[in-house]
Design a protein around this ligand. Structure first.
Ligand code: FES
Length: 180
C-alpha cells in the first residue's frame, strides 16, 4: 500500500514546490489547512484565524518571545507556528516596576503534523480536543466566516458582540492586547 492510500496520512504536495511557493492552502477531509515553509522548516495549521476566521495565508511571520509566530492580517493576533498558541503583550502589574511582557493564551489554533518522506509532504490531521480555530472550518465554518466578515464590514454592534463572546478570550486578555 502506498503512503497516499493510508487513512490518516494525506499526500499534500512535493516539498520542493512548497519551498518555492513558501505557502499553500490544501483541503483535507473538508478542512482547510495552511502549509508554510519558513527558515528551512515546514508547518501546517488551520487556515482561518481562531479569533474571527480571517485567512492567515498572507500573515507576516516574526519571532516573538523566542517563538516563530504568524500575525493575522486582520486584527494582528499572534499565533505560534509550532503549537498554535495565542500570544499577546500586556502590562504585568505584579512586577516592580510594572512592565509590558508577553503572555500566553494557550493553544488556540489547531496545528497538524507535516512529514517529509522522500521529497513528498504528508499531512496527518490533528483532532485532539476542541480548539477555537475548529469553529471556522467546514461548511458551517464558511457561514460563520462570512458572518464575521459582514459584521466587520458594517461594524454592526451585534456582530462585534458575537465575535468576542464566541471566543473564550478573557475581557482582560482581549482588552490588553498590545502591538509589539
Ligand atoms: S481575525 Fe485574526 S486577529 Fe481577528
Amino acid at each position: 500500500m502506498s503512503l497516499e492510500e493510508t487513512d490518516d496520512l494525506h499526500f499534500v504536495g512535493k516539498a520542493e514546490d512548497l519551498v518555492l511557493s513558501k505557502r499553500s492552502v490544501v483541503t483535507v477531509e473538508g478542512r482547510d489547512v495552511l502549509l508554510i515553509h519558513h527558515q528551512g522548516e515546514f508547518y501546517a495549521l488551520d487556515c482561518y484565524c481562531y479569533h474571527a476566521g480571517t485567512s492567515l495565508e498572507t500573515g507576516d511571520i516574526e519571532e516573538l518571545n523566542s517563538k516563530l509566530c504568524i500575525i493575522c492580517p486582520k486584527h494582528k493576533y499572534k499565533i505560534s507556528l509550532s503549537e498554535g498558541e495565542g500570544l499577546y503583550r500586556a502590562r504585568d502589574t505584579s512586577l516592580t516596576p510594572p512592565r509590558v511582557r508577553w503572555f500566553s493564551k494557550g493553544p488556540k489554533q489547531r496545528v497538524h503534523q507535516l512529514s517529509l518522506i522522500q521529497g513528498a509532504l504528508y499531512l496527518r490531521l490533528s483532532s485532539r480536543g476542541r480548539l477555537e480555530s475548529d469553529y471556522y472550518q467546514g461548511e458551517r465554518g464558511k457561514v460563520e466566516r462570512e458572518k464575521a466578515e459582514r459584521a466587520e464590514d458594517t461594524g454592526a454592534e451585534e456582530g462585534r458582540g458575537w465575535s468576542w463572546s464566541r471566543s473564550n478570550e478573557t475581557e482582560e486578555g482581549a482588552g490588553l492586547e498590545l502591538e509589539p
